[in-house]
Design a protein around this ligand. Structure first.
Ligand code: NI
Length: 176
C-alpha cells in the first residue's frame, strides 16, 4: 500500500520517533508496514524513506538506489532496512554534495556529510545489523538517520544559498 508522505511543516517530522519494540518486529502488521514503506519509496522514486515521513513515529527506515529517475547517476545500493539504528562517523572528513527529500518536494540543496559512517541496529527480522559505508550510501544513511532524530537535510546545510528548485538544479547544477 502506498502511504501518504508528510511534508516539511508537519510536526511528525520534528518529533523523535520511538524505538521499535523488539516484540513488534516479528508481527505481521510491522512486516506489512515495512513493505508499505518500501512501496512508498519506490512510488515516489526516493532513494530512502523514514517512518516519520509516512506519519509513523517509529525508528525504521528503508534505503535503496537502482535505476532511479530522480537520481540517475546514483551508485547502486541494495534494499536495506534499518531498525533502531545508531550512527557514528568513520571518517574525519565531510563531503558536501546535493540532496533532496520526499518531504521537501522539488528541492535540492548542498549538504556536508561524513565521508564514511558505521550504522548499528537491527534488520527487518530483528537480527543485529552492522553497516560500514562510504560515499553516497553513507550520505543516504546520514539523511535517513537524521529523520529518526527529528531533523531534515536543510538543518545540516552550511547556508541556504544552494537551495534550488529541481528544474533549476537540472538546468544549472546537475552536470557538476
Ligand atoms: Ni528525506
Amino acid at each position: 500500500m502506498i502511504l501518504k508522505v508528510a511534508r516539511l511543516g508537519h510536526p511528525v517530522l520534528r518529533r523523535i520517533p520511538k524505538p521499535v519494540p523488539p516484540a513488534l518486529i516479528a508481527r505481521p502488521e510491522f512486516q506489512r508496514f515495512v513493505d508499505d514503506l518500501v512501496e512508498t519509496m519506490h512510488e515516489y522514486d526516493g532513494v530512502g524513506i523514514a517512518a516519520p515521513q509516512v506519519h509513523v513515529p517509529l525508528q525504521v527506515a528503508a534505503i535503496e538506489a537502482g535505476a532511479n529517475p530522480r537520481y540517475p547517476k546514483a551508485p547502486r545500493i541494495p534494499l536495506t532496512i534499518v531498525v533502531n539504528p545508531r550512527l557514528r562517523p568513520a571518517a574525519t572528513r565531510r563531503i558536501e554534495d546535493w540532496e533532496g527529500c520526499l518531504s521537501l518536494p522539488d528541492l535540492r540543496g548542498r549538504v556536508p556529510r561524513w565521508a564514511a559512517v558505521v550504522v548499528e541496529g537491527l534488520d527487518r527480522r530483528g537480527r543485529p545489523l552492522r553497516l560500514t559505508s562510504r560515499g553516497f550510501f553513507a550520505r543516504v544513511l546520514q539523511h535517513e538517520w537524521d529523520h529518526l532524530q527529528g531533523r531534515v537535510y536543510v538543518d545540516r546545510m552550511r547556508g541556504l544559498a544552494s537551495l534550488t528548485h529541481l528544474a533549476e538544479y537540472a538546468r544549472f547544477w546537475a552536470k557538476e
